[in-house]
Design a protein around this ligand. Sequence first.
Ligand SMILES: Nc1ncnc2c1ncn2[C@@H]1O[C@H](COP(=O)(O)OP(=O)(O)OP(=O)(O)O)[C@@H](O)[C@H]1O
Length: 254
Amino acid sequence: MIKLENISMGFHGKYILQGINLEVKKGETLVVIGPSGSGKSTLLRLMVGLLKPTQGEVWIKGQEISHLSEDNLNKVRIGMGMVFQYSALFDSMTVGDNVAFGLREHTTMTEAEIHKIVTRNLRMVGLAGQQDVMPNELSGGMKKRVSLARAIAIRPEIMLYDEPTAGLDPIMSGTIDRLIMNAKRVLGVTSVVVTHHMSSAFKIADRVAMIHGGRIIEVGTVEQIKQSENPVVQQFILGLKSPNAYVRRRSEMR
Ligand SMILES: Nc1ncnc2c1ncn2[C@@H]1O[C@H](COP(=O)(O)OP(=O)(O)OP(=O)(O)O)[C@@H](O)[C@H]1O
């Protein structure tokens, strides 16, 4: 469904990502973890053609997208929902109109049908009855939830989430995790989720990929990641001060 082939990405001569090979299968949820600034958001932006790789190929549903015109890219993007860190809501539109936007643009649904979906989706993200509110009256976390309600409205085949639970309280984070899992279970959505929340990552992931130093240093199922012998992976998932702390802890346990 999504395939990155030998991707390198540099900004002003400095390489952020190097030699990235990654495949996300249909219906799979891949969670991307890694330190701040390691290139996780850049990876998502490459997948949706917002950035062109310095090197390598980005395949979406059998189509290489890094050389497509903006028009053709937009056609590919119709099947993709995005919940990005600063997902722009349209400030001049109500919450309800924001959620309805893609449905009005890309479907022939009646207003009554659209109203039903808007109401249901806002309820799913814990914002029932907020359709007439303007985005600037919402907290950051609420805006993120509106953008999630908007993204899933068009029933995309692919969903890309950039830190969907950042800034949310634990209960709301749990709600969003369940939404991501439901989108997979009910709609068969293929998802890539960038998160700093390890508990969330381990709950929702089919596979986890860890980026470090511009490269994918580990990829595998939750169990495989938890059992990784790589001290850098263990340091990250356990939140230790240094990789050596893990090596010491492991030798003490043996
Ligand atoms: N358009 C750009 N121009 C120049 N540098 C950029 C650009 N986009 C990202 N970068 C740089 O690339 C690096 C990786 O950024 P990115 O946002 O992908 O990291 P991240 O892993 O998502 O970080 P975080 O976890 O903090 O959100 C950073 O050093 C950032 O400054």
